[in-house]
Design a protein around this ligand. Structure first.
Ligand code: FMN
Length: 209
């Protein structure tokens, strides 16, 4: 039995395009794998530990091979519990809107919490950086108001897919599938067509996940 973790980075609930596409993926996955478990986490309703002060000092202490102080250890425990929630999953689904050409700040906060040396990546002078979250597939449903197709003048503005997939690759993911809903602000008809096409793509992708 596999554990699928479904992370939503939109606060827009059932009006969200990325969630609609990711939901379609998860529903198709559930039908294909009825015994697997699915845990859904919406980053806008889930409290994350602040990543400042003691947590940051704790990270640098690890990088420098030093022990944690009492306060650092306490802050680090909260960070470790989020990492454990993430790394204990076998498969991952993400709903990721574009915000200001990148990703929503709550998702960046989540990334800042879970990307930690010795947990999700390692470094050695001999081997450089190595991702530690390996052998696990990810599906990402991206949504954005504009359009950023490959080869277009706007492609360079797409720091959403580039950054998010760089992050996934950095921590070890090699099997990353995606469906993109573009032009969600181009009027209801165009948005609905884009949503329906991405939903179909997502359902297909779920069959072999
Ligand atoms: C704060 C904010 C910033 C946004 N920035 C961009 C942007 O830079 N480029 C773009 O194409 N759309 C942008 N949008 C539009 C969203 O990407 C679009 O509405 C998308 O459908 C949101 O995803 P969701 O429906 O899953 O919530 C922005 C929306 C918000 C709320």
């Amino acid at each position: 039995m596999s554990k699928l973790l479904y992370i939503q980075a939109s606060p827009r609930g059932n009006r969200s395009y990325s969630i609609a596409v990711a939901d379609a993926f998860v529903e198709a996955y559930r039908t294909a794998h009825p015994d697997d478990s699915v845990t859904t986490v919406n980053l806008f309703t889930t409290e994350l530990p602040p990543f400042d002060g003691f947590a940051l000092n704790a990270k640098y202490a690890i990088l420098q091979g030093q022990d944690h102080t009492g306060e650092e250890a306490a802050a680090w425990k909260a960070v470790e519990s989020v990492i454990e929630m993430f790394t204990s999953a076998d498969k991952f689904v993400f709903a990721v809107p574009m915000w200001n050409f990148g990703i929503p700040y709550r998702l960046k906060h989540f990334i800042d919490v879970i990307v930690q040396p010795g947990y999700t990546f390692s470094f050695s002078p001999e081997e450089g950086y190595k991702g530690l979250v390996t052998g696990k597939p990810a599906f990402v449903a991206y949504s954005r108001g504009g359009a950023y197709p490959p080869g277009s003048d706007t492609e360079a503005f797409d720091l959403q897919t580039k950054y998010f997939e760089l992050f996934l690759g950095f921590i070890g993911f090699t099997d990353v599938r995606r469906a993109v809903v573009e032009g969600t602000l181009s009027g209801p008809e165009a948005a609905e067509m884009a949503r329906a096409a991405a939903v179909e793509e997502a359902k297909k992708s779920a069959q072999s996940f």
